[in-house]
Design a protein around this ligand. Structure first.
Ligand code: AMP
Ligand code: MN
Ligand code: MN
Ligand code: MN
Length: 303
C-alpha cells in the first residue's frame, strides 16, 4: 500500500494542461501509475472522460480537482479527491469561482500591453478552453510562442509573479469554502505543494490548523515541485498534524513539466498514504461509492 504508484495531481486541456484526459491516461499507464487522478484547476468537466479513459486501460481512477484559494492574501491550492463529480453545490461553487478569471485576464492583457507586449489577452484566450479558464499558464505559452521569452518558467519570473508587470492580484475562494465543497461532495481535501507558498512559520501553522479545522485531512508531501528536503519536511508536518500524505507529479505538458506521470519517488516512510482511505475499495471488499476508484483489486496487488 505504501509503495503504490499513485499519481494524484495533473492537468488536462480542460484547464491549463496541453494533453487530453485520454492522452494523460495513456501516459499514466505507460509511466507505471496504478492509481490516477486528474486534478484540473477549478473545473470538473473532464472527470467522466478521465475515469472512462482510465478504466478502459485497467487503470484505477479517483476523481480529482485543484481549487484556487486565497488565504491571508496568498494564493493556496487545495486538492480534492474521491468526491461525486456530479455534486450540484460543488459545481455551482466552482462556476462562481471561474467567473472571476475572465476579468482578471483582461486586466493582465492591459498590464502586459503597458509593459510593451500587445495582444496577450487575445493570445492567451486562443490557447485556453474558454474565457472562464484562462490562466497565467496560457499567457506564458503565448509569450513563449511569440518570442518574448525562451520558456514558460522565464515568463513567470519576468512577467507573471507577484510584483511583475503582468501580475494582477485576485481573490479566489476562501479556505473554508473549498474544503466544504470537497467534503460536502463526499471527498477528501489535501493542501497542494505546501513548499511553494511564501508563509512565515506562524502563517503556515495557521494554514494547516485552519485547513484541519474545516475538515481537511491530507497534504501533498511528494510532488513535482518539492525538493527532497521539502518532501522530508512536509512528511514531518503531516505526522505532526495527523494528516495523510499524498503524491502527485503536477504534470501539465511535455517539454514544460519536469516530472512525467508516475516517476516520483515513493512517499517517505512513516506517513499514512492518502489512498488508505480507499483501502476497502482498492482491495475489492465493497463496491465503490460515486467518485471512488472503480476497478481496484489490481492496483494494490503489486504494491
Ligand atoms: P493561475 O491559476 O491563472 O494564477 O495560474 C497558476 C498556474 O501557473 C499554476 O497552476 C501553474 O500551472 C503555473 N505556474 C505558476 N508558477 C509557475 C512557474 N514559476 N513556472 C511555471 N508555471 C507556473
Ligand atoms: Mn496549472
Ligand atoms: Mn497548484
Ligand atoms: Mn496543479
Amino acid at each position: 500500500m505504501h509503495s503504490l504508484n499513485a499519481d494524484l495531481h495533473c492537468h488536462s486541456t480542460a484547464s491549463d494542461g496541453s494533453l487530453t484526459p485520454g492522452e494523460l491516461a495513456s501516459r499514466a499507464r505507460e509511466g507505471g501509475v496504478r492509481l490516477w487522478s486528474l486534478t484540473d484547476h477549478d473545473e470538473l468537466v473532464a472527470q467522466h472522460e478521465a475515469r472512462a479513459a482510465a478504466e478502459s486501460l485497467g487503470l484505477a481512477y479517483v476523481s480529482g480537482v485543484e481549487v484556487s484559494v486565497t488565504f491571508i492574501g496568498e494564493t493556496v491550492h487545495i486538492l480534492g479527491f474521491g468526491f461525486d463529480p456530479d455534486d450540484e453545490a460543488f459545481a455551482a461553487g466552482l462556476a462562481a469561482l471561474r467567473a472571476g478569471r475572465a476579468d482578471r485576464a483582461r486586466e493582465m492583457g492591459e498590464s502586459l500591453a503597458a509593459a510593451g507586449i500587445p495582444g496577450a489577452y487575445e493570445g492567451a484566450l486562443a490557447l485556453a478552453p474558454n474565457p472562464d479558464l484562462v490562466s497565467r499558464t496560457h499567457f506564458a505559452r503565448f509569450l513563449v510562442e511569440n518570442g518574448h521569452c525562451a520558456n514558460v518558467h522565464e515568463v513567470f519570473t519576468r512577467f507573471l509573479k507577484e510584483g511583475k508587470p503582468g501580475f494582477v492580484p485576485h481573490r479566489w475562494a476562501s479556505l473554508g469554502e473549498a474544503v466544504r465543497w470537497i467534503t460536502g461532495a463526499g471527498g477528501v481535501a489535501a493542501i497542494a505543494h505546501p513548499a511553494r507558498y511564501r508563509f512565515s512559520p506562524n502563517e503556515e501553522f495557521a494554514l494547516f490548523s485552519e485547513f484541519q479545522g474545516h475538515g481537511g485531512r491530507a497534504v501533498e508531501v511528494t510532488c513535482g515541485s518539492h525538493f527532497p528536503d521539502e518532501v522530508k519536511r512536509y512528511a514531518e508536518t503531516a505526522l505532526e498534524f495527523g494528516l495523510m500524505a499524498s503524491r502527485g507529479s503536477d504534470f501539465h505538458a511535455p517539454g514544460e513539466s519536469r516530472t512525467p506521470l508516475g516517476t516520483l519517488p515513493d512517499l517517505p516512510p512513516g506517513v499514512t498514504p492518502l489512498w488508505t482511505v480507499w483501502a476497502d475499495t482498492l482491495e475489492g471488499r465493497r463496491s465503490p461509492r460515486p467518485g471512488e476508484p472503480g476497478a481496484l483489486a489490481a492496483a494494490t496487488a503489486a504494491a
